[in-house]
Write a protein that binds this ligand. Structure first.
Ligand code: KG4
Ligand code: ZN
Length: 329
């Protein structure tokens, strides 16, 4: 049976997983650096790289516990997009293993991982529309097959996860902002008036909303008023998530789509999941379980099986890329 050993290190999680061709997870280890970065209010790239260096050997050893490299058919790793220093650590580890054990090497696009991990839940049907929402991306990806990716819409400025994190920082909620705002919003009401983004076509924009939050924070400080955290979180979330749903529905109006899914860290958001269920009634809908929303290596292994199917291997000189379009990979 074919098995892929996959490594993910594109941001602040160091992860390694062993997955077999039946898509059964044999092992999956993830360590997060969130606690360390929380002290700085965001991911510090240099710190992330150093921590990957410290963690990666242990994580790989852990993932191989009870297994042997002779079982492994190929080594996969995240080739991009992501923090370049972090990507390099995973790439070096994967290349060293591939070289030493003479295994084929597969470079996986990070967002393909976020999308294809949904195959662990149910088969994907095409044409498929993926709403990719993470700390670095907000994209509407249209797929006619498992190797045909078209970006219909993307953010013109901040990614949605980045907006959650930055707004949480402005309001001193802590890091990462996404889960904190999600939790606060569950107890809040829409009472703060925030502007809905206005962008043409299927694209997104979150910087205007972020700036409106900054203006609100400054006004409250000037007037010595306190923020109702729950109500603010709810008000922010409804505008930000409403923008996602509006664009998603625009695409569904214009394109033939059989299956809709959400992918990436923000897919863990409880209100977004609710809104998806309310709004996607004519297509098959997959909402990934929370453990598959944020970064992990299982998702890289699932996507690597696709690359294996199409014979897409990379050699030891392959360069990691901090920015890399899913259409070009
Ligand atoms: O996919 P991911 O783990 O890393 C990237 O590839 O970017 O996504 C991380 C992002 C962060 O911005 C985090 O705040 C956000 O996902 N996030 C959430 C939730 N959980 C994580 N945003 C909103 N609601 C959540 N429950
Ligand atoms: Zn991610």
């Amino acid at each position: 049976m074919q098995k892929i050993l996959a490594i993910e290190s594109s941001c602040d999680e160091t992860a390694c997983a062993l997955l077999n061709e039946k898509l059964e997870i044999e092992t999956s280890i993830v360590t997060s650096q969130i606690d360390v970065h929380a002290r700085f209010g965001g991911v510090i790239p240099e710190v992330a790289s150093r921590m990957h260096v410290e963690q990666i050997s242990t994580i790989i050893k852990e993932a191989l516990k009870g297994h042997d490299m002779s079982e492994v058919s190929a080594i996969a790793y995240t080739i991009g997009p992501g923090l370049i220093g972090s990507l390099h650590i995973g790439a070096i580890a994967a290349k060293s293993l591939a070289f030493f054990y003479d295994k084929p090497l597969i470079g996986v696009h990070h967002l393909k991982g976020h999308i294809f991990v949904n195959e662990l839940i149910e088969p994907l049907e095409y044409p498929l529309l993926a709403l990719v929402v993470s700390g670095g991306h907000t994209e509407l990806v249209y797929m006619k097959s498992d190797h045909d990716f078209k970006i219909l819409g993307t953010t013109l400025d901040d990614a949605i996860g980045e907006a959650f994190d930055k707004v949480a920082r402005i309001m001193n909620f802590g890091y990462p902002g996404g889960p904190i705002i999600d939790k606060l919003a569950q107890k809040g009401q829409v009472t703060y008036k925030l502007p809905s983004p206005k962008v043409d076509g299927y694209n997104f924009s979150f910087s205007g909303l972020k700036n409106a939050c900054l203006t609100l924070a400054n006004k409250l400080e000037r007037n010595n008023e306190t923020l109702n955290k729950e109500d603010f979180a709810k008000s922010f979330e409804e505008v930000a998530l409403g923008h996602l749903i509006q664009k998603l529905k625009l695409v569904l109006n214009d394109y033939e789509v059989k299956h809709v899914l959400i992918a990436g860290g923000v897919a863990a958001n409880s209100r977004l999941r609710e809104l998806m269920k309310e709004n996607i009634t004519k297509q098959k809908l997959t909402l990934p379980p929370l453990k598959y929303c944020t970064d992990n290596a299982t998702m890289i292994a699932v996507a690597a099986f696709k690359e294996l199917k199409y014979g897409n291997f990379v050699d030891l000189s392959a360069a990691s890329r901090s920015s890399l379009s899913i259409e070009a990979c």
